[in-house]
Design a protein. Structure first.
Ligand code: BYC
Length: 358
């Protein structure tokens, strides 16, 4: 089915080459080429480490865990990667809500696989964050204590089966638009994790698109359900890209460090332009009376999401914040015996190895 990278509206097979998946592949090729070129020469014994760091970033090489990096760069990466990892884990809840009620065995199997993928993405991301000198346990505790954030989008409820389609099409679609440029992030472990995540997200987006396509071409009740889901998820999806550029505290520095490659507003615009075309093929309406093509800007004018609502949701007052965190805390507590058993087993194995070595 069509995805972000679809090019043919009439059922022809997907052509990924000109689309976002093509950009992921280009980023992967760039990573391999950079690795083959070897690193910049390396700082001379008396060279300024900060100057060398800038040189590596400017040369489009990757900063690796062993390299010196400014403390603020490390902190920014920990904040962003952890927030991203937490989002993947909390993001399993709204869709997990529909696993037991999926309308067919096929839909259930697909949804199970997707939700499981999100857990995998969380793990790649926690592993990438750990290379910066913080443990996964510490990061999870920061989430549970409410000291680190996760994406605003997962604080909205999934009220109907069509919401699973809307999450795939819009939420995963927004995630891909945001994350494809992160495949070219200056920090190597994050960039490499993103390549894998984006390839999988592309499937997720397609499954959502396909659910909505089926509903939008079904009975009038199914069409109405699909439209209702798009109406509710459209603006929260636009808000996923963060505050407008003028209010974005981190963008300028993150872009200078080549962590972020585009501003929040640039990516939001890209997402809108992509969705308009896809909504047309789906036969669903984007709930924005002011949406229209602007010839001068070669982009769509659109209504901004409610940023006051975004700030409310981010600060814990969204429709489902309390429920999501209560569920996560309970799941963490329920899993305690597994962590204890794994630790006891690891200690036993380590003891056995020591005995054999002696
Ligand atoms: N939600 O200066 P700004 C997924 C915060 S996973 C919550 O622009 P930045 C998926 C921001 O953290 C989706 N908080 O920040 C999973 C900052 O607060 P602090 C997650 C938000 O970092 C499962 C403040 O607002 N994706 O798609 O330069 C199933 C000022 O913002 C949000 C990622 O995490 C928000 N929407 O830019 C399906 C991608 N927006 O930390 C799908 C990686 C802003 O100063 N992250 N804030 O207290 C990023 O690309 C960037 O962190 C953002 C924000 C674009 C999100």
């Amino acid at each position: 089915m069509y995805g972000n990278d679809f090019s043919a509206p009439n059922g022809a097979p997907d052509d990924a080459s000109g689309g976002l998946l093509g950009e992921v592949e280009a980023a992967e090729a760039e990573l391999r080429a950079a690795a083959a070129r070897g690193r910049c020469v390396g700082p001379a014994p008396d060279e300024d480490l900060a100057a060398y760091f800038t040189e590596v970033v400017d040369a489009e090489q990757k900063i690796e865990p062993r390299d010196w990096m400014p403390d603020a760069y490390r902190r920014t990466l920990i904040r962003q990667i952890a927030q991203h990892a937490h989002s993947e884990i909390i993001g399993m809840q709204p869709e997990g809500n529909w696993i037991s009620r999926a309308p067919s065995l096929k839909r259930k199997a697909i949804l199970l696989a997707k939700v499981q993928d999100e857990a995998g993405h969380g793990l790649y991301l926690y592993a990438a964050a750990e290379t910066l000198g913080i443990s996964r346990d510490e990061l999870v505790q920061l989430l549970l204590d409410g000291r680190q954030k996760y994406s605003s989008i997962f604080n909205y409820p999934t009220l109907s089966w069509a919401d699973v389609g809307a999450i795939g099409w819009l939420v995963d679609g927004a995630a891909i638009v945001n994350q494809v440029p992160l495949c070219r992030c200056s920090y190597g472990p994050y960039a490499r994790a993103m390549i894998r995540v984006c390839k999988e997200e592309s499937f997720h987006q397609r499954q959502g698109y396909e659910i909505l396509h089926t509903l939008a071409h079904g009975t009038p009740a199914q069409q109405a359900m699909a439209q209702d889901a798009v109406d509710r998820w459209w603006y929260p999806s636009l808000a996923m890209f963060g505050p407008p550029d003028g209010d974005s505290t981190h963008s300028a520095q993150s872009m200078a460090w080549k962590i972020k490659r585009f501003s929040n507003d640039d990516l939001r615009q890209r997402f809108v332009d992509m969705c308009v075309q896809q909504a047309g093929i789906l036969g669903l309406r984007i709930p924005d009376e002011d949406l229209r093509w602007n010839d001068e800007r070669q982009a769509y004018d659109y209504t901004q999401p409610d940023y006051d609502e975004l700030m409310q949701v981010i600060s814990g007052n969204g429709p489902c914040n309390r429920e999501r965190m209560a569920h996560r805390r309970a799941a963490h507590a329920d899993g305690n015996w597994v962590r204890e058993a794994a630790a006891a087993y690891a200690a036993k194995r380590a003891g056995q190895k020591e005995t054999v070595a002696a």
